[in-house]
Design a protein around this ligand. Structure first.
Ligand code: BV8
Ligand code: ZN
Length: 254
């Protein structure tokens, strides 16, 4: 595939970016649903991203949960089942190995993986420091007493699940209109200010503030690289655009 801006075949763009990564002392990678697509988990906007006749934008929202907690939980129970069956793919694994190499060669905070995904596949691939901007499918939080616990039951025995205190449990994820976890956001921001290279992998870069991290990094001097199947809003501010599946590109790149 030819990248119009650089006039290289993707292969040469991969080489140029690989060289730049070799020199970098601080790298951030921001991932989205696209990196889990090759593990069989449908993306938000791509084919198969619909569940029954609902769009994620309708279901991943507090109003939907207020209105019909059982319906929302049926969707999350379905996604938990998919995520459990899914295996980390070569893209997840390449990022976990890159984290280890960067740590060995350049120290503990040389590489920061920031994800919008909630499926837990980065953790299962061996990534150790995963900044989860939008929470975690495997956490549930009580709408009454606020207790947050890890719950990996698939399927859930009853929908909607309830806390011992009797109140409804909700998925431990960030819905539209909800603030991001403060510590995760602070960590992502801090790493983005330090990065020389900011990788944007498998995301349509349409949801904020997550998508804004690449602009923050660039303003602080980073060069942005995109690995994505399709064009996205972020391409215009990228020094490299590698068009193709993350599962193929990342092992070659990293
Ligand atoms: C907040 C967790 C404020 C839940 C998710 C109007 C304008 C601008 C912004 C807004 C607006 N109205 C509202 C907002 C804010 C809103 C927002 O950005 N809305 C968008 C839709 C416009 N944001 C929020 O509400 C955020 N909170 O702003 O709070 C606030 C502050 C203080 C106090 C109170 C409130 C919270 C947003 C978090 C929502 N939760 N997920 C769950 O998962 O169930 S969002 C969800 O969709 C993901 O987490 C991700 O962030 C987002 C986008 O999905 P992607 O990961 O990018 O996936 P997508 O399908 O879109 O794209 C996949 C890409 O991969 C494609 O490009 C495809 O080509 C590519 N691909 C496919 N296969 C491959 C591949 N690439 C490589 N290899 C492959 N094999
Ligand atoms: Zn409770």
């Amino acid at each position: 595939m030819i990248d119009s801006r650089l006039g290289f075949a993707a292969g040469e763009a991969i080489w140029a970016l690989h060289e730049a990564l070799e020199q970098a002392t601080h790298v951030v990678a921001l991932t989205g649903a696209g990196i889990s697509a090759e593990s069989g988990i449908p993306t938000f906007r791509g084919p198969g991203g619909l569940w029954r006749t609902y769009s994620p934008l309708q279901l991943a929202a507090p109003e939907a949960f207020e209105r019909d907690p059982r319906l929302v939980w049926e969707w999350y129970d379905w996604r938990r089942g998919l995520s459990r069956k899914a295996k980390p793919n070569a893209g997840h694994i390449a990022l976990a190995e890159f984290e280890r190499r960067m740590e060995d060669e350049r120290g503990a905070r040389a590489f920061t993986l920031v994800t919008q995904n909630v499926d837990g596949l980065h953790d299962r691939a061996g990534s150790r420091n995963v900044v989860k901007l939008h929470g975690d499918l495997w956490l549930v939080r009580c709408t009454g007493c606020g207790a947050t616990t890890r719950n990996e039951q698939v399927p859930l025995p009853e929908l909607p699940p309830r806390c011992q205190c009797g109140a409804l449990l909700r998925p431990g994820v960030v819905w539209f209109g909800e603030p991001l976890p403060e510590d995760a956001w602070a960590q992502a921001l801090e790493a983005s200010q330090r990065a020389q290279i900011f990788l944007v992998i498998g995301t349509s870069a349409t949801v904020y503030p997550a998508a804004g991290l690449a602009h923050q990094a660039r303003r602080a001097g980073a060069r942005v690289a995109v690995v994505n199947l399709e064009a996205s809003d972020i391409d215009s501010s990228a020094a490299w655009v590698l068009r193709g599946p993350a599962g193929e590109i990342l092992p070659r790149l990293l």
